[in-house]
Design a protein around this ligand. Structure first.
Ligand code: FAD
Length: 470
């Protein structure tokens, strides 16, 4: 009988143990993607990007004689219907690690097992399953560096190749049309602006990795530079599973035989992603609450609609580097890691606003949105997360610009106001944002909503008064 292979955030054929196991069984395979409430709940940009990913993935399946069945509804209901329609005796999937997905999957597994259906979940999204790594005392890691030391010398299994063919069922069950799902609905006019910056799909992901490997020697020096293309831009592919981390791990190790430090520095960042998943798995409240509860007493602003927070969302704080980072996000769907830290620091410190407001906004706007990396990143900057930067470390956008954008290249790329001939990317911001924001590049650029010095003093005062432990 057929195997239903339920794809979630893992739209690839290579380096995919669930698929390898299904192919090895010799049974027909029914690949399916379900638009359930967890997919519906995605923010505008990641949902739109998912639609592009599904389109590319359906084509890739078609090329090896298969098909992607799209269905909408509660996942359990849809799977039961498909089992009924195809006579499938098994459901395979690749594990997800966020608490909602874990609950859903446990429930589905128990319920299908009761009906005599075999359910198997596989690794694939991570290099190291979160329960397979621990401190010497047998505890989950709360600090990154010991985790890195513990895993960096480990053997990582070789990724499986793309299967040449996937056996199909006698009859394909009916499928929704992707266009009827309207996954682009909430992106509004941003979709046409961001689209040229996106190359969806597994083939593009592998190509992106190859391109990056040519320059990996420079990664360590260039990764922090806002004015250079120094990083891999693989995050959206990893987030949607269009590339697997084991593929990256092995390709980097093979490419880095020259002895440069670039490869090691890069793999270290890849393990930050593992750290985020490790934390989310062991402490699911990472996604919703201050990881260190003593921060609950801190006088965060929790109103997402104050004029200051609105200015931040509009990319109109009057602090050029902060606005530049946010504009990069609206135009390309991504933001440089250093800019993410700078805009997050301004929101949580100068504007003393709860990190959750920023994290929710990123979940709406980033095409590489990842629940674990996003929550960890925000809690790290805000100071309330595990192994976080101390609260009193407040990024000064001016000094950051001097160090990481010394010729103002990044600023010129993203800020149009006050320039007689703004760059096309800077202009594009005004076309990417919703019309209802009512902004034009001819507007004058105001003074900071909260000055750098004044905001810093206010944040440090609040911190001193509360004496939140570091
Ligand atoms: P590279 O430098 O080429 O790194 C390679 C890969 O390693 C990345 O693709 C990513 O998967 C992983 N990685 C690198 N840095 C980190 C990190 N600090 N934490 C976790 N994983 C990392 N990353 C996301 O993928 N999705 C998010 O929603 C997200 N939100 C963030 C929010 C804040 C406030 C901060 C400070 C960071 C956030 N990050 C997020 C982490 C990081 O900024 C991005 O992974 C990185 O900018 C992606 O660019 P790249 O692929 O070129 O990175």
């Amino acid at each position: 009988s057929p195997i239903i292979l339920w794809f979630r955030r893992d739209l690839r054929l290579r380096d995919y143990p669930a698929l390898t196991a299904a192919v090895r069984s010799g049974r027909p395979i029914v690949p399916v993607f379900i638009l359930d409430d967890q997919v519906q709940a995605l923010g505008a940009a990641p949902k739109w990007r998912l639609g592009l990913g599904l389109e590319a993935f359906a084509k890739a399946l078609d090329q090896i004689g298969s098909n992607l069945i799209l269905r909408r509804g509660t996942a359990l209901r849809v799977l039961k219907d498909l089992i009924h329609e195809t006579g499938a005796g098994a459901v395979f999937w690749s594990r997800a690690y966020d608490p909602k997905a874990i609950n859903r999957d446990k429930h589905i597994k128990a319920s299908l097992n009761e009906q005599g259906i075999e359910v198997r979940s596989f690794a694939g999204h991570l290099l190291f399953e979160p329960w397979t790594i621990a401190t010497k005392a047998g505890q989950p890691f709360r600090v990154f560096t010991p985790m890195w030391r513990s895993v960096s010398g480990r053997d990582v299994a070789m990724p499986e190749p793309t299967p040449a063919r996937i056996a199909k069922p006698d009859l394909w069950p009916a499928s929704d049309r992707l266009s009827d799902w309207n996954l682009d609905r909430d992106m509004q006019r941003g979709a046409t602006i961001v689209r040229p910056f996106v190359r969806p799909g597994e083939a593009a992901a592998l190509d992106q990795l190859d391109r990056f490997l040519e320059n990996i020697d420079h990664y360590q020096e260039a990764r922090d530079r806002l004015d250079q293309v120094g990083t891999s831009d693989l995050s959206e592919y990893l987030s949607l599973g269009e590339i697997g981390p084991r593929t990256i791990w092995h390709r980097v190790q093979n490419a880095d035989r020259t002895g440069s430090r670039g490869g090691e520095a890069f793999l270290r960042q890849l393990v930050w992603r593992e750290f985020a998943y490790h934390l989310m798995y062991h402490w699911p409240h990472l996604l919703t609450d201050n990881w260190k509860p003593e921060w609950d007493a801190f006088p965060w602003n929790t109103d997402p609609d104050t004029p200051e927070v609105r200015a931040w969302k509009l990319a109109r704080t009057g602090v050029p580097l902060v606005d530049a980072g946010l504009r990069q996000m609206y135009v390309t769907g991504r933001m440089h890691n250093r800019a993410r830290m700078i805009v997050a620091s301004y929101l949580t410190k100068h504007l003393m606003t709860h990190w959750k407001i920023g994290a929710d906004w990123f979940a709406e706007c980033l095409i590489d949105w990842d629940p674990a990396a996003n929550a960890m990143g925000w809690q790290w900057v805000a100071g309330c997360g595990p192994d976080a930067a101390p609260y009193f470390r407040i990024f000064n956008p001016e000094t950051q610009r001097e160090r990481f954008d010394p010729h103002s290249t990044y600023l010129k790329r993203w800020i149009a106001e006050g320039r007689s001939d703004p760059s096309p990317t800077a202009r594009a911001y005004f076309s990417a944002i919703p019309r209802s924001w009512g902004l034009s590049h001819e507007d004058s650029y105001g003074a900071p909503v909260v000055g750098l010095k004044e905001g810093r003093i206010r944040a440090l005062d609040a911190y001193e008064t509360r004496k939140v432990p570091v």
